[in-house]
Every structure is written in structure tokens, then in C-alpha cells.
Design a protein around this ligand. Sequence first.
Ligand code: NDP
Ligand code: 8X3
Length: 258
Amino acid sequence: MNRIHNTITLITGASSGIGEACAYHFASAGSHLILLARRNKSLLALKQSLQEQYPDINILTIECDVRNQPSVEQLLSNLPEEWKHIDTLINNAGLSRGLEKIQDGLIQNWEEMIDTNIKGLLYVSRTILPGMIERKKGNVINIASIAGRETYPFGNVYCATKSAARTLSEAMRIDVNGSNVRIMNIDPGMVETEFSLVRFHGDAERAKQVYKGMQPLTADDIAEIILFSVNRPPHVTIGDILILPTAQANTTTVYRET
Ligand code: NDP
Ligand code: 8X3
């Protein structure tokens, strides 16, 4: 049964990786899409490609930095009437910056991760949740990470932000209890996207090494599971999922063919 058809899905961080893959999967199920990210050009290209494949859905793009609270509130509180009733929010926008010990850490990297992965997720949720609670209907999917369950060497602040995202999923589930709104926490392991490229500030060679000799997850692997989770009947909440590449046992144990 398709419970996604004709719903409205807001995806943050839709311009690449997991967010972009979610856009394709939800479009294929007939959901209208609100695509949000900073890179407007990428969003517009994605919109065009989706619209060619799925002409029956409507797509709204929003250029927005989730770290900018007034902008998040202004843009998401003043959506056109036909876009106001968001059924599903995928809190996916996020990033990691650098791999240094805390004693060597770059403050700007910390600020960027904390502001995006924790505060950005909160700003967007604060704007969207009240409407869902009022309508007694809605889904929030928070993309945390295996890094939020297990701290790994040099992961410090990124791990802390994802641990916070995980805690916020639990907190949201408590806070919306009784409203029928469903909160789902998704913890992926290694997924090959722009993630490592961003972590290493555009160093493509270093980013490639992260997945050397092993088969990582694809963004589609994650999007497929998110779509499945949202499509469960309303009385079922898939609260928490850890998704790993088979070659990855935990954050530090990864089998690689040499
Ligand atoms: P990508 O770098 O491919 O995608 C990240 C997305 O987040 C981009 O669309 C980017 O868009 C958006 N984004 C980043 N900062 C902001 C911001 N300030 N405001 C709005 N949008 C922002 O990486 P992934 O797809 O892998 O990452 C998606 C999520 O999955 C992240 O939260 C990440 O932490 C998490 N994750 C990733 C894993 C992996 O191994 N790849 C594993 C576990 C979790 P733009 O730059 O256009 O703003
Ligand atoms: C991304 C996965 O293990 O690189 O959250 O931190 S990891």
C-alpha cells in the first residue's frame, strides 16, 4: 500500500547525497517535495530532473542555510498555502569538518558542525512540528549516524553532534507523544556521498581513501529504508535504525580487500 502518494515531504540538505536520493524515492511514490539547501543551482537542476521523470508531482525549492534561524523561520513559516501542511520532514542537512584531536581542533569546524547538525535541526523542527501536532499527523526523520552511538578517534565534535541528534530524536518522541506524530531516528554507517569531500574541505583524493577496498552504502540504500519506514501504517513507528555496509562492523572495524 502506498501511503506516500499526494503527501508533502520537506527534505533538508536535498542538494546532494542522502537528501537527493530521498527526493527521488519520495517522488517515485508520488509525494510532492519541498527541497531545501544552500546550493540553489543544484536544487534547481534536481527539480528539473525530477519533474521530467515525475511530471505529476509539485516541487518547491528553498535556498536556505539551516544555521540561520531567522531565515529558517521566515521561509518555512510563510510557505504558500498549498505547501503549509507538511506530512514528512526529513532532517538530513548536516556535515562533518576535519578529523583532529580536540586539543588541535579548529574552532570554525566545531561551530559549523554544531550549528548545522544540532541547531539547524532544531530550528527547522521548531517551525514544522507545531503544525504536525495541530493536525495530529506527521513524520519527522532525523538523520543521525553510527557516530552518535560510538565515538571514534578524531571524531569528537562530529560524534557529539550526532549523539545530540539521537538524543533529540528521543526527546521529540516524548514531547509529541499523544499527537500521532511519528519520530524516526536513522543512523547510517559509511555512505559514499559528498560527505568525506566536505569533511576534508574538497580533498578528493583523501575522501576516496575513506572507502578504499570496501563497498560503502549508497545514498539510495538509505533513502529506500526511509521511504519504507514512512510508509508503515500510522500506528507503527520505526523509532531507530542502524544501517551498515556489510564490510563495516562498527566505526573502527572495516574489512578492506587489499
Ligand atoms: P552530502 O555532503 O552529500 O550532503 C549534505 C547535504 O546537507 C547537502 O545537501 C548540503 O547542501 C546540506 N547542508 C549542509 N550544510 C547545510 C546548511 N547549513 N544549510 C542547509 N543545508 C546544508 O552528505 P550526506 O548525504 O552523506 O549527508 C546527509 C546527512 O547524513 C548528514 O546529516 C550526515 O551527517 C549524515 N550521515 C552521513 C553519513 C555518510 O557516511 N555519508 C553516515 C551517517 C550520517 P548545501 O551544501 O547545498 O547546503
Ligand atoms: C558519518 C559516518 O563513521 O564517517 O556519520 O562518522 S562516520
